[in-house]
Design a protein around this ligand. Structure first.
Ligand code: CMP
Length: 145
């Protein structure tokens, strides 16, 4: 399978709960390497732009409010089939429906405070990675040399 990159966000509830290290460990244990990491306080405009695809959804305003309520960890994860693998490790959007052993099952509070975001397709991963990280801030690993 091809080496891919995907965008991962540890949401304000994950940062608040003090589980940044635990979440990153889940990714590393399954072969996803962080190749860029940044702690950020998103502005309203940044959160609205990032989630623009959900603009018409009834939860949009609350989603933006929550994502700007405290710091988040923005990460680019790299590895074989990183987009699908990240989604597998995260579990279903609604933690009540997430499989045992997934991040959302183990740490999330509800569908809004669901601890992590991950790109849902390779196409969106490219868009989302470039939304937060210029190429120059993403670091290469052995396997790409
Ligand atoms: P995320 O993967 O970040 O993408 C959009 C987010 O909207 C989603 O995770 C949820 O945290 C949030 N959200 C809040 N309510 C809903 C809902 N009813 N359906 C889907 N997503 C929701």
């Amino acid at each position: 399978m091809a080496i891919e990159r995907t965008l991962s966000i540890i949401k304000p509830d994950g940062v608040e709960k003090g589980i940044i290290g635990k979440v990153i460990a889940r990714f590393e244990e399954k072969g996803l390497k962080p190749v860029a990491i940044r702690l950020a306080q998103l502005s309203k405009a940044e959160a609205e732009g990032f989630y623009a695809v959900h603009k018409a959804r009834p939860f949009f305003a609350d989603l933006v409010k929550f994502m700007t309520s405290g710091p988040v960890v923005l990460m680019v994860l790299e590895g074989e089939g990183a987009v699908a693998k990240n989604r597998e490790i995260m579990g279903a959007t609604d933690p009540a429906k997430a499989a045992p052993g997934t991040i959302r099952k183990d740490f999330a509070t509800n569908i809004e405070k669901n601890t992590v975001h991950g790109s849902d397709s390779p196409e969106n991963a490219k868009i989302e990675v470039s939304y937060f990280f210029p190429e120059v801030q993403i670091h290469a690993y052995e396997w790409k040399k």
